[in-house]
Write a protein that binds this ligand. Structure first.
Ligand SMILES: Cc1cc2nc3c(=O)[nH]c(=O)nc-3n(C[C@H](O)[C@H](O)[C@H](O)COP(=O)(O)O)c2cc1C
Length: 196
């Protein structure tokens, strides 16, 4: 069985919901399963520390999760047009994997959620890809044969799935946003199975 790591941070739940839809897309493939992991929040108070086990949701990711995965799907809310610090903090701890080249040649993709339509989805997705490229990962997006990319009036980009949650975070995922999450999961699973 090929394990695809879905590693995300989510404060209000939108990115978490996308992660679970992508996982279902991955698990439509008989030879692939999703491993969902998150990261703890970071604090401006340096003494603060989180419990080892989150109060709810998936376990926190370890470097072993990254090392062992067949592929990585990285999700973050958009924060000022960039990924959330909590996720970046975890990625910044991955130098040992960079030194050994452990992630080189593995496929990777990104997804995000924003409050507003033009609030920086593409910049966030592209910036999430930068450290993955430094690791030598093979970046995968979504092709326009996914017709949701043409019809969406909300989220959904060729750089990866996205969601517009609204300023109150209350918008549910649209049909196209869901379809594109599922499509990314399926596409990643097909690629991983072909590489295996
Ligand atoms: C510090 C901070 C910065 C944010 N920056 C942006 C932004 O640049 N563009 C945007 O559209 N939304 C921005 N947001 C809103 C979040 O991206 C949005 O609420 C997202 O859907 C949250 O995802 P989550 O439910 O997974 O936490 C920001 C939120 C916070 C707390």
């Amino acid at each position: 069985m090929n394990e695809i790591l879905i590693l995300y941070y989510s404060r209000y739940g939108a990115t978490a919901e996308m992660a679970h839809i992508i996982a279902r897309g991955i698990e439509t493939h008989a030879q692939c399963q999703a491993r969902i992991r998150t990261v703890p929040p970071v604090s401006s108070v340096c003494e603060a520390s989180a419990d080892d086990i989150p109060a709810d949701g998936p376990p926190y990711a370890t470097l072993e999760d990254l090392h062992d995965c067949a592929a990585l799907v990285l999700g973050s809310p958009t924060r000022f047009g960039n990924m959330a610090a909590a996720l970046k903090y975890f990625i910044d701890s991955s130098s040992s994997l960079w030194l050994s080249g452990a992630l080189a040649g593995k496929p990777a993709a990104a997804f995000t959620s924003t409050a507003s339509l033009h609030g920086g989805q593409e910049t966030t997705l592209l910036s999430m890809m930068l450290p993955l490229l430094h690791h030598g990962m093979l970046i995968m997006g979504l092709p326009y044969t996914e017709t949701g990319l043409l019809t969406t009036t909300s989220g959904g980009t060729p750089y990866g799935p996205s969601h517009v949650a609204g300023s109150d975070n209350k918008h549910t995922l649209t049909d196209e946003e869901r379809q594109l999450c599922t499509a990314l999961g399926k596409r990643m699973a097909n690629l991983v199975a072909r590489l295996a």
